[in-house]
Design a protein around this ligand. Structure first.
Ligand SMILES: [Zn+2]
Length: 318
């Protein structure tokens, strides 16, 4: 993540900075190396449409163990190698889309989007996405912000690459979502998603993308996903009503929020898109965003809803 458009974004930013100043690095180091928190295990994959919350949790654990991996950092190469190796081990076709951003606040930065393109005879594309870079804060490992959604997307890839799908499914792992500066201000954010949307527009493929579902910060205990008001209503409706049907109405709630995130890169080009995110966590953009904050049940619920809503999305766009 990611910015909220109203005044609370500024407040959150100030609190994040104050939190950093107040806590320093000492209290969080123990967290960062801390063992798994005392959450019960995720429900089995047989109860969540084949999505294994424990596997997703292990992915978040591995990504967090890599350490800080902000765009252009040394650590991000390890994150890239890990994600690509996992995807290949699932039998997924993997595209590495390398690009340079010449004018970030820290100068020229090489970035890489990692994209799985699961083919089908249907030209329609449903795109799932997450960012995998972490915020450029010393010792920040981004278990929830960057890790949780990447873990969910990796587990989703494991399930989807192993089966035949009725429509073409892409899974994009974006680099450079986070602003290099502490504050979120355009154009210093969403580098990877803007690159992918622009490239697809140039190649003429963008109109094939009929739906883009973004996940970001999907790991906390007792999650609350509000309907994001920039998002495409029909797509949000499908996902939120699927969640309600599965008994997750207390997680996917009908309150609204406004958030700037990677989905805007596609929305602004006319692609229907939505964002599943719980930004209301006290450790956001602090070094307390560590693996002990991640509840495997939240990953399982999120993955279950993604898989269960896919047939509804396919019906809508066919
Ligand atoms: Zn963030």
């Amino acid at each position: 993540m990611t910015a909220r458009v109203h005044r609370t974004a500024l407040l959150a930013g100030i609190f994040a900075i104050l939190g950093l100043v107040a806590c320093g690095h000492s209290s969080s180091t123990a967290d960062a190396q801390g063992a798994r928190a005392a959450f019960p295990p995720a429900p089995p994959a047989s109860a969540t449409g084949g999505f294994d919350g424990e596997r997703a949790y292990k992915q978040v654990e591995a990504l967090t163990a890599i350490g800080p991996h902000s765009a252009g950092s040394e650590g991000i190469h390890r994150a890239q190698a890990y994600i690509i190796a996992q995807l290949k081990s699932f039998g997924c076709p993997v595209d590495e889309e390398d690009f340079h951003v010449p004018s970030t606040p820290v100068g020229d930065v090489a970035m890489k989007n990692i994209v799985v393109k699961i083919p089908s005879s249907n030209p329609n594309i449903i795109l799932y996405a997450s960012h995998y870079d972490t915020k450029r804060i010393p010792n920040f490992v981004g278990a929830d912000d960057g890790g949780s959604s990447t873990g969910v997307l990796l587990e989703l890839a494991r399930v989807l690459c192993a089966r035949k799908n009725t429509q073409t499914i892409w899974l994009a792992f974006f680099d450079g979502e986070e602003a290099f500066n502490m504050q979120w201000a355009d154009p210093d954010n969403t580098y990877g998603s803007r690159q992918m949307a622009a490239t697809l527009a140039l190649s003429g493929e963008l109109p094939r993308v009929k739906a883009m579902v973004l996940v970001d910060m999907v790991g906390p205990a007792n999650p609350v996903y509000k309907r994001e008001s920039n998002s495409t209503p029909w797509l949000t409706d499908i996902i939120w009503s699927t969640a309600a049907r599965l008994g997750y109405g207390n997680v996917f709630v009908n309150d609204r929020t406004t958030i700037e995130d990677d989905h805007l890169s596609f929305l602004s080009r006319g692609v229907p898109a939505t964002d599943i995110i719980d930004l209301d966590v006290p450790y956001w953009h602090t070094t307390r965003d560590t693996i002990d904050k991640i509840d495997p049940r939240t990953l399982a619920i999120t993955g279950h809803v993604l898989l269960a809503s896919l047939p509804e999305i396919e019906k809508k766009i066919q």
